[in-house]
Design a protein. Structure first.
Length: 467
């Protein structure tokens, strides 16, 4: 049967086949990434989202270093600055589901979502610098800026997962890592070159930087067709290269494409949501309070800034490393390991502060940064592993929405706990919450593939050819 040709408008059609496996899962193969991207490799859909994620990372991971100056400049209390960040986290996470819903219905394209996100992020930084009243700053940076960053974040994560369905762990981890270590230069800017005399100009400049980088990356964004799969990789993992076979054996594709309601009814999506709520809350707590705790423990500004810089770098690099490890170990095993490390690191940070040991403090800041970021790409990769790619923008939007609850108790409520129980009680509670999250994660399993023999190579799939 001949494939390809031209349609009635004269547009060349690329030939492809749809392969249906023993469980009814459909894979569309035949179209290469270069054919779909106008001559570019699909690696472009890794590097561009990575650059955009690095640009927006300043909003969350450098905010803690800017709080003191903002408080003095605007007359805000510590609680005010924490609640501004908490609202930002709420909307940054909350926009993922509606944005995914709009994208999957063709109302909001990936490129358009990125352009809107870039413009709203600029407005967020301008608001933070020029609006003195707390409610206005909450609306400007928290709501508008949070939505902007959330649009960019959700679009980038879903983009890389669609283009690399056979080894999404490493690729998603790499892109997700940019959301942490991309803030590193700004952490030191906020600690050493950010004061009440220049804070407006600095924040305006950062907003313009975010706008230019994100909009420039957005110009090339394009989704693959639904069910697309690279032709050189056998989705049944019964053939192909040894590396791809090993990856798919540890993390087999979803048995079918789950709609959001089907994913919820499976019980696994709600369980993932609860795990995200608990784990992200601990992570946000560490980001919000580590610098202040370091200063209270008697460490100088260099150690305080360095601890946050260490957390930012390791947070980002750890995401890439565990993404790669999850392709080898399996997504769930790696996720449990990461969450346990995060919990133990909270106890360690508190211990090091009580001992007034700078090097020990930096070591546990290292572990906290690793655990506090590495779980994000694992959930991002686990969602399409369990529920498929076609509805991933919406399904992952639901899972990631757990972070909007985390923003409340990780930042704002965390400030109340610190006020009531001190840093000792707050860090002990954070470590305990993380270990509870690890226990919940142990209950996860792929819907429809509960037996070992379901993971074994499938028989030769039935296929039908379509042009």
């Amino acid at each position: 049967m001949e494939h390809g040709g031209r349609d009635s408008t004269g547009t060349t059609r690329i030939a492809y086949r749809e392969i249906t496996d023993a469980k009814g899962r459909v894979y569309r193969i035949g179209e290469t990434d270069r054919e779909l991207l106008g001559g570019h490799s699909r690696k472009l859909m890794v590097y561009l989202p990575w650059l955009a994620m690095m640009a927006i990372s300043v909003s969350e991971y450098a905010y803690g270093s800017a709080e003191d100056t903002l408080s003095h400049a605007h007359g805000w209390s510590q609680s005010d600055t924490f609640w501004i960040l908490s609202v930002w986290v709420f909307f940054q996470a909350g926009i993922a589901f509606p944005a995914g819903w709009l994208r999957e219905r063709g109302i909001l394209t990936a490129r358009r979502a990125m352009f809107v996100g870039a413009a709203l992020s600029l407005l967020g930084f301008v608001s933070l610098g020029h609006l003195r009243h707390v409610p206005a700053a909450i609306c400007g940076f928290g709501v508008v800026g949070g939505i902007g960053s959330g649009l960019v974040y959700a679009t980038c994560i879903n983009m890389v997962g669609k283009w690399f369905p056979e080894r999404r762990g490493a690729k998603t981890g790499f892109v997700n890592g940019g959301f942490a270590y991309g803030a590193l230069p700004f952490i030191f800017v906020f600690n050493y070159a950010f004061d009440t005399s220049d804070f407006r100009e600095v924040l305006d400049g950062i907003g313009i930087y975010v706008l230019l980088v994100v909009a420039g990356c957005a110009w090339f964004f394009k989704d693959p067709p639904k069910n697309w799969w690279p032709a050189e990789v056998d989705p049944s993992h019964s053939g192909g290269t040894g590396r791809h076979t090993a990856f798919l054996a540890k993390n087999p594709p979803a048995v079918r494409q789950f709609t959001p309601m089907e994913a919820v009814r499976s019980g696994m999506l709600p369980l993932m949501w609860v795990s995200v709520v608990l784990t992200a809350g601990v992570s946000i707590f560490g980001i919000s309070f580590q610098v202040d705790f370091a200063k209270e423990a008697g460490f100088g500004p260099l150690v305080a800034a360095s601890s946050m810089g260490v957390m930012s770098v390791v947070n980002g690099v750890g995401r890439a490393v565990v993404g790669w490890l999850s392709d080898l170990w399996g997504r769930k095993t790696t996720l449990v390991f990461v969450i346990v490390v995060l919990g133990l690191a909270q106890f360690g940070v508190l211990w090091a502060g009580d001992l007034h040991s700078q090097w020990l403090f930096l070591f546990f800041a290292f572990l906290s940064g690793f655990g506090g970021g590495a779980f994000y790409p694992l959930f991002a990769a686990l969602t399409p592993d369990y529920f498929g790619e076609n509805y991933n923008a919406t399904n992952y939007g639901l899972v990631y929405s757990g972070k909007l609850i985390s923003g409340l108790f990780g930042g704002g409520l965390g400030a109340l706990v610190v006020s009531a129980w001190g840093y000792d009680g707050a860090y002990l509670l954070a470590g305990g919450v993380s270990l509870v999250a690890a226990a919940f994660t142990l209950l996860l399993h792929q819907p429809g593939r509960t037996r070992l023999r379901d993971v074994a190579p499938n028989p030769r799939p039935f296929s039908r050819e379509i042009t």
